[in-house]
Design a protein around this ligand. Structure first.
Ligand SMILES: [Zn+2]
Length: 380
């Protein structure tokens, strides 16, 4: 979710992963420079990180493998196969979604809208694998209650280039896909394709998985492994006015529930997502924000379908030295624990029974205001 803008455009062709870290030279900076961190957190000694990152072809291969080996009907499709016109990335790559479950409650789980934020891809693939194979009562209940729509790689071009954006084929302009579900947006093909799919699914909830830079808790200075976020700030200028305030309540309840669930794991240290300068995020053109706003683009959502949505920010990213191998498995796993807690808590009523005011108890700096994409900084 961090909003760094690359200093220059690039005409580079697809990144060859064999290039390795040293050859990247992308000039990526994410707030904090990698610092010495605990063994369980991203470490500057971590090297070879790109070799463990899934690019587009790896992801497609893994999806097909999961589909073949699933026992509970995992279905992998391209959006083109689903009849969505012109549904490719800017570079013409197919866009893949995998479904599992037979329930009437549709859940949308997307990862890698920012191409250089890789672990959501691994986490969604692992969740898909478990939901497709696990025969336990808990997983059967999830499959009966939900139909899951997993998008392990929203932005395959950005992933292959190891950059945040997609790059427009027409003019080489870079587009942040997470600001492109906007009234004047839909400037990239990926946005139109995924948006149309969203209007066909009509989910009841969405989860969006990101990375942030290395972060420390504001008061204790302990390294943070994950931050929990809502892209229209709870209690902020926008969210309380949506759906009679129900999304303001349900998103906070959900994040408190996830916070409690992750607290059981010793390696996690979770806080609330904030942008710099103690500001909360309040963007309308972010994909999961537009979902909550019920955006009607091109007349495809005339009924104004909307639903609550939240996001996760795992610490560390693909800039050199930011992701240590030691931490990789745990950083991925915390996303899976968070997602499963969310799915289960929404299903069994635990989240509905959670006190939303405990959102204030999740560590965060005192809120100074709101960073918006519609009115600059709005004071509290
Ligand atoms: Zn992001």
């Amino acid at each position: 979710m961090p909003t760094n803008t690359p200093p220059h455009r690039s005409n580079r062709p697809r990144l060859c992963k064999a290039l390795g870290v040293a050859a990247l030279g992308l000039g990526l900076t994410f707030g904090a420079t990698p610092a010495v961190a605990d063994a369980t957190f991203p470490s500057p000694e971590g090297n070879g990180s790109l070799s463990a990152i899934k690019f587009s072809a790896d992801t497609v291969k893994e999806l097909k493998k999961i589909e073949r080996s699933s026992r509970h009907n995992v279905k992998v499709s391209t959006l083109r196969e689903l009849g969505i016109p012109n549904a490719t990335s800017e570079r013409g790559q197919d866009l893949y979604v995998a479904t599992v479950g037979t329930g009437e409650n549709h859940i949308w789980v997307q990862a890698r809208i920012h191409g250089n934020e890789p672990f959501g891809t691994d986490a969604t693939l692992n969740l898909l694998k478990s939901l497709g194979r696990n025969g336990s009562k808990q997983y059967q209940a999830l499959r009966d209650h939900y139909t899951f729509h997993f998008i392990p790689m929203y932005n395959p071009d950005g992933a292959d280039d190891n950059i945040r954006h997609t790059t427009r084929d027409a003019d080489n302009r870079r587009v942040d896909l997470n600001r492109d579900w906007a009234t004047n947006g839909f400037t990239a093909k990926e946005s139109s394709a995924w948006y149309q799919y969203w209007t066909e699914v009509d989910p009841m909830f969405a989860l969006d998985i990101h990375h942030q830079g290395l972060k420390r808790q504001h008061d204790t200075n302990d390294p943070v492994s994950m931050s929990l976020g809502v892209s229209l700030a709870p209690g902020g200028p926008t969210l309380p006015g949506l759906s009679g305030g129900s999304y303001d309540t349900l998103t906070r309840q959900s994040m408190v529930h996830v916070y409690d669930a992750l607290s059981k794991y010793g390696y996690t240290n979770v806080d609330r997502y904030q942008v710099g300068n103690n500001l909360e995020i309040d963007i309308k053109g972010g994909v999961v924000s537009a979902m909550m706003l019920g955006l009607n683009h091109n007349g495809l959502n005339p009924e104004g379908h909307s639903h609550p949505a939240v996001f996760l920010e795992t610490s560390g990213n693909t800039s050199p030295g930011s992701i240590g191998q030691k931490a990789r498995g745990k950083l991925i796993k915390q996303n899976e624990h968070a997602a499963l807690a969310l799915f289960t808590g929404l299903m069994d009523g635990t989240i509905a029974a959670t006190d939303p005011e405990r959102w204030e108890d999740i560590p965060h700096a005192p809120t100074a205001g709101y960073q918006t994409d519609y009115a600059g900084i709005v004071p509290k």
